[in-house]
Design a protein around this ligand. Sequence first.
Ligand code: NDP
Ligand code: 8X3
Length: 250
Amino acid sequence: MIAFITGATAGIGKASAEIFAKNGYDLVITGRRKERLQILAEELITAYKINVHTLCFDVRSAGEVKTNIASLPAQFKNIDVLINNAGLSSGLSTLQEGNTQDWDVMIDTNVKGLLYITRQIAEGMIPRKKGHIINMGSIAGKEVYPNGNVYCATKFAVDALTKAMRIEMLPHNIKVSSVNPGMVETEFSIVRFHGDEDRAKKVYEGIQPLVAEDIAETIYWIASRPPHVNINEVVIMPTAQANTTTMIRK
Ligand code: NDP
Ligand code: 8X3
């Protein structure tokens, strides 16, 4: 079995690579930070005796996506599980104060990148009549929160695309699922605040957030249901967080 994981250089994607490797999957891991991909590949090959192929590219480039996926060696071409995880938030402000570059980065990565990847991988799954596409949504794709505007819009788009894919992949026996977490402490907030680690830390102050492994376990659970069972979506939150704006901090 082969899993293709985007955004495997950090956070949820990296933890997912670990759990799929532990369960005997061969992996294609992707991201822009080449050194991290290589280190992770070596660790997983050594620990779990699996095969790992790394692809270093930017999901925002349709050309790079196409060339990199086309370059896969024969033994990695038949992808069983696609984990569309690469994504980010950039900035947190009202629309009128928003930075248009932040908007482009979020829309191009979270929406267009996910589409480019899915287009290429689904093409291979369809003739085999087999596959599973798991999209990383968010609680931000279920409820809008103050200043989350464009990030929320991208995750609402992921929610819509997940539902559209489920209809379109149905005749091809391809499962489509989504995982929609609340707060997970990864590099997410550091990226959102453009490298401001102190501001990022405050997001999780006084609260026990989810960790990447919680989400990776959920993704693996979804992928490991029997062939006749599809988990459409999971919304997973820290116990101390009720929704995007209501949480208990100690
Ligand atoms: P991290 O910042 O820790 O990881 C993000 C991953 O996405 C990195 O591996 C990064 O790799 C990759 N990535 C970002 N932009 C690109 C790009 N243009 N091309 C290729 N890869 C890219 O964050 P998380 O693990 O938390 O986030 C993973 C997913 O989970 C995202 O879709 C996020 O929206 C979603 N999510 C996160 C939540 C949270 O609270 N953390 C909650 C709900 C959903 P690299 O920089 O090397 O390219
Ligand atoms: C990440 C969760 O609530 O910070 O998607 O937007 S939130």
